[in-house]
Design a protein around this ligand. Sequence first.
Ligand code: TYC
Length: 101
Amino acid sequence: MDEKIHLEERQEISLDRPYLYKVYLLNDDYTTMDFVVYVLMTIFDKHKLEATAIMLHVHRHGKGLAGIYTKEIAETKVHQVETLARSYGFPLKCIIERDDR
Ligand code: TYC
């Protein structure tokens, strides 16, 4: 009886709204700072000042938040970043983490 009530509560919460996913850029030694700023402006719709701040945060701390999206959009962003980076010969990497709620 207790278990059933608990399960129903969980279902109600999870149907509420989709999970969101954080997309992080990772630091490396080879991708240029200008390219990372360009990626943040073109793929993550940041203005130059914010893009520069995020890039410097990644450079100093190893990882930085580029944006928060639904799953499919987050996965598309990662693919766009890595495809663009490889086409310029950069090893830039991106990871996704499901947002807490
Ligand atoms: N560390 C790189 C450099 O010194 C710059 C950089 C910043 C690379 C952010 C990746 O996600 C990154 N050229």
